[in-house]
Design a protein around this ligand. Sequence first.
Ligand code: HEC
Length: 168
Amino acid sequence: MLGMPLPLPTAPRAVIVLLAAAMAVGAFGLTGCGEREDWSPIDGPWDPDHPEARAILEPPAATDPIDDEMADAGERWYRTRGCLACHRVDGTDVVGPALNGITTRRSYEWYRAMVMSPDSMIRVDPIAQQLTEIYRVPMPDQGVDELRTRAIWEYLRRVDARPGPRGS
Ligand code: HEC
């Protein structure tokens, strides 16, 4: 049994490093092995082929409860994807229209098209064209993917479900 153990302190560490590497690869969806029962892609990896992916991207019914985890992620993305630079949710227009009320004013499908491809909406959609006439700036494409677009909608649903005092 000579040479069996590597020096003990390093062996477990090597295993941990290997495990971490395997998890990182898995996290980027390269392996696709195993089932992730607690799949929570909001801040983790997004796998569009995951069996639950379609359900997450479904437009929610007005009566669906707010998914707070998704809304929190949506709020972060709303801030980091530049939306906040042009849109407020307190009823004031800045560069673009205030977005509170959007979840009753527009359908989810319309909103999604506007966020994911504002250029083509401004080209073909009469409402988008009308808005551009009013605001005089074409909304830029922020490169937001479908999951983030959906999560920002959840944030906006929460804004509309729990309206605070206007002007705050
Ligand atoms: C540079 C400013 C700018 C940024 C950044 C921006 N928008 Fe806009 N957005 C606008 C303007 C201006 C309009 C009005 C339509 C137009 O002029 O093209 C608009 C319109 C919209 C509308 C339609 C509003 C309505 O009343 O129907 C939605 C929804 C929207 N933006 C969401 C977003 C989201 C979500 C983000 C971030 C991912 C974002 N916007 C980033 C400027 C911006």
